[in-house]
Write a protein that binds this ligand. Sequence first.
Ligand SMILES: C[S@@+](CC[C@H](N)C(=O)[O-])C[C@H]1O[C@@H](n2cnc3c(N)ncnc32)[C@H](O)[C@@H]1O
Length: 336
Amino acid sequence: MHAFIPAEGSESFLIDELSRSGISARVLNSFTLTDQLPEPSILAFALQTLPNATVVTGASINGWADHIIAAMLVALNDDQPWRLHLWPAYGEGKAGQHRCELILAALPERLKKRRRSLLRSWQKDSVITQSGEALVQAVLTSPETGFVSAAPITEGLSAILSNHIAGYIPHAEDKAAPSRAFAKVVEAELRLGHQIERGQTCVDLGASPGSWSYVAIQRGAHVTAIDRSPLRNDLMRSPRLNFIQADAFKFKPETPVDWLICDIIAAPQRSIDLLLEWLREKQMKRFIVTLKFKGNDEYHLMDQLKKDAPPLCADFRLTRLCANKNEVTAFGLTAK
Ligand SMILES: C[S@@+](CC[C@H](N)C(=O)[O-])C[C@H]1O[C@@H](n2cnc3c(N)ncnc32)[C@H](O)[C@@H]1O
């Protein structure tokens, strides 16, 4: 069984999305459960996946530790680097957090007895998972119940396994940014594990009032921003910004750029076609593109992107970001 954490308010959209891949789903404690993973494994409305999850009931502190270890012994090789996401999904207070701390404290001693080598390969240093690592997850839906999952992060799973606990990334705040839209580009970078960097080139389509360009400029990138309206005055004066007042759908860079960032208000099919065209022509190395949906009956349009984009990409993601409302964001790395 596989368990998915739906993006906020997207439970029914996730069920529809799975059903369009021929997968039926059921719901338990706000988790969406299936017996199959979609192929390709891209789910816009799931923030996190617990592959091969088992249901835990009636577990004590030591019982939880043993369930986690049992899942690891099935899925992980000896010495395989792994990380643990352990979190409470119940209650408002600190009780759940405290119980997780107790489970965490019980784990090393019990793991030492069962598979000492895995104690040595536990990665606790950073949140960024590397290929070849495994992700071990345990979520408490009450003190005694929940799910555990352990899975190597294979290429096929990387787009639906988040580095962030429960797939959640808090809204970035920056009062100096022209608008709250800047949080979307920051969240997509975090999920992708690649940031816009100093000296890189960036095309920002549908750039006004300029939050995405603001992020890129702050990072030291050179931005070509295209919109019908100018950006905020201070950004327009930036030596790192080249503003072009034009139709963003007609713009192409003279030479390929490091980043395409695109937040045009347009029918989703137009943004999908634009992204696929840029990918086919290898106009950019990395991309972040929002798809803005007017109605829930338009989500099936993403299915074409799920089919056509992955072969053109080294890494392709499609996610309703925590900072998205009626949008879904496509982001990734273009194939070399
Ligand atoms: C959501 S806003 C972009 C916000 C921007 N990412 C930011 O963070 O400030 C969408 C922009 O798309 C622009 N837009 C819509 N259609 C366009 C087109 N065909 N060509 C250029 N810009 C367009 C609008 O003028 C608007 O400024």
